[in-house]
Design a protein around this ligand. Structure first.
Ligand code: MIG
Length: 551
């Protein structure tokens, strides 16, 4: 249903056998997509909503955030603690307190006397800063964003024709009319204030748009470019168009692949941004929910997504945090974030066991980054999500139809996280085929449930037999351009040899679109013999070392 206004979805809720969708419009565009299977449908849907781009390498790393980091010292401290703990880290987020009185595109120079120097120092340590930008623009005389927006009619209007006034963190605000191409260009350019200081990732928030005075009235006017529209007709594309403004602004300012994370999105946002699932709570129910949430988003054309690891609101605890990092270690967007009034939840806030578990799973994530990157390459071409419900690959198996507590990473890794308090054993369903327990290397033939011991430090993970999986040696940060060494984990089962196609590019800009990338075709034999051929050779940099590990 291609409609950005108010709709109601009632899917088997009022009546189990009835799906009702209501819209406040009678000439909706409705697409009916038919297909052989889930894969088919997802791919066709992606053809309609458009492709995505391959995100910058560092976006696959781990990020730490907290609404509460206030000063440069806080940020340096986070970097130091991660380094001391031996936990890889690629980004630290700056929540609203870095701004001068919550004004977009300003920096509080008392708390951050030299953001540029800080950003540079952090980059030396392999860490990218990702500041937040809110949708509401503070109403304040002589504030450039406000003044320019008013002068050029870039803000949304109230029914009487004046600039609409909402209330968010800065106090009284106007909202940019992101439906206007000029307003988008203008807002997008503003990010230069920060990109010029070495910032290359942004976090767009409150862009539903959200106002402290409740939802925006239905009749707020978006002047747009061709015809004015009312809020009630366009609400759902506000975040999407803000992300587009951000993406296009950064791309123009820097030429690099943008990294954007947005709270609100729409079909098509995968072209511009990643998304996180907003304000969850540090409760078991929300950990459990995170799996179907991320899988459904992936199948709905939005593959680069994640939840706030540890939970945003309320207080996390060691067990919950341990399970959350395990369940999320293959989530495309991989970030720990929490709210101001919640207990601090960086991994070192707890006991040694929690820290050790946390380290193990973040390192595991980094090990498999080349595999995730290959999946993004595939995703950018076909729309196949990174993490997938089992039903996408085992369509005929009735056992997996409602499997919401396991997921596949690509089609070679199966993750079965524990998402219940106090539970130390997991009933894992393994579909047809040979599966290798990642931790014990035990071989199990699938098509059945098994009970896997899952003490607090174990997240059950299985590798599909006959797989080759590319991996990196242990790294603390994602190096620019990737690792010099590539490891191929090979899990022979029934076949005499296995194949794998691996993608490599500079991880930074759009040169790959002009053919600057390599595609390696690997073939491994049971005796550990590896042969390599180049399917595409356009990127001058090659690996120094290739190592095969046969399991
Ligand atoms: O009213 O910027 O979802 O991640 O930490 C809350 C403060 C505003 C909501 C976001 C959350 C962020 C918080 N923001």
């Amino acid at each position: 249903f291609d409609y950005a206004g108010k709709m109601e979805f009632d899917i088997g809720y009022t009546r189990r056998d009835l799906m009702q969708i209501k819209a406040a419009k009678n000439d909706l565009v409705v697409y009916i997509i038919t297909g052989e299977n889930e894969k088919d449908i997802v791919k066709q849907f992606r053809k309609i909503i458009g492709r995505s781009y391959i995100p910058p390498f560092w976006a696959f790393g781990y990020g730490q955030s907290r609404w509460g980091y206030k000063t440069e010292q806080d940020i340096r401290e986070v970097a130091k603690r991660y380094q001391a703990a031996g936990i890889p880290l690629d980004s630290i987020y700056l929540d609203i307190d870095y701004m001068e009185r919550y004004k977009d595109f300003t920096v509080d120079t008392e708390r951050f006397p030299n953001l540029k120097a800080l950003a540079e120092d952090m980059k030396q340590q392999g860490i990218h800063l990702v500041p937040i930008i809110d949708a509401g623009v503070k109403i304040e005389k002589d504030y450039d964003v406000y003044e320019e927006g008013v002068q050029n009619n870039y803000f949304c209007k109230n029914a009487e024709g004046g600039d609409f006034v909402g209330a968010v963190w800065p106090g009284r605000v106007h909202f940019p009319d992101f439906l206007q191409p000029d307003a988008r260009k203008w807002f997008g350019k503003k990010y230069a204030v920060l990109t010029e200081q070495g910032i290359d990732g942004f976090w767009n928030d409150m862009n539903e748009p959200a106002s402290f005075r409740g939802p925006l009235p239905d009749d707020v006017v978006f002047p747009g470019d061709d015809m004015p529209r009312q809020h009630k007709e366009v609400h759902n594309v506000f975040g999407h168009l803000m992300a587009k403004a951000t993406y296009e602004g950064i791309k123009k300012n820097s030429g690099k692949r943008p990294f954007v994370i947005t709270r609100a999105c729409y079909s098509g946002t995968q072209k511009y941004s990643t998304a996180w699932t907003g304000d969850n709570q540090s409760i078991w129910a929300h950990l459990k929910l995170s799996i179907p949430q991320l899988l459904n988003l992936g199948m709905s054309g939005m593959p680069f997504v994640g939840t706030d690891i540890g939970g945003f609101g309320s207080n996390t605890n060691p067990e919950l945090l341990s399970r959350w990092i395990q369940a999320s270690c293959f989530a495309p967007l991989f970030r720990n974030h929490c709210a101001k009034f919640s207990r601090c939840q960086e991994p070192w806030q707890f006991d040694k066991q929690t820290l050790d578990i946390y380290r193990t799973y973040v390192r595991l994530r980094y090990r498999f980054i080349p595999y995730l990157y290959d999946l993004f390459y595939e995703e950018s071409r076909t729309g196949m999500p990174i993490i997938r419900p089992l039903v996408m690959h085992y369509q005929r198996d009735p056992e997996v139809r409602e499997c919401n507590d396991e997921y596949l990473v690509g089609d070679r890794i199966l993750v079965a996280p524990v998402t219940d308090q106090g539970v130390h054993v997991k009933a894992v369903y393994l579909p047809q085929g040979t599966w290798i327990d990642y931790w014990t290397k035990e071989r199990i033939s699938g098509g059945k449930y098994i009970l896997r011991d899952a003490p607090i430090d174990v997240c059950p993970i299985y590798i599909k037999g006959d797989s080759i999986i590319p991996a990196w040696p242990q790294l603390d940060h994602i190096p620019d351009g990737g690792s010099e060494e590539l490891i191929l984990e090979y899990y022979p089962a029934s076949a005499d040899s296995s194949k794998y196609v691996h993608y490599q590019d500079n991880g930074a800009d759009f040169a790959y679109e002009a053919g600057e990338y390599n595609l390696y075709r690997f073939r491994a034999d049971k005796d550990g013999e590896l042969s390599v051929s180049m399917e595409h050779e356009g990127y001058e940099h090659h690996y120094e070392t290739l190592r095969v590990e046969v399991y």
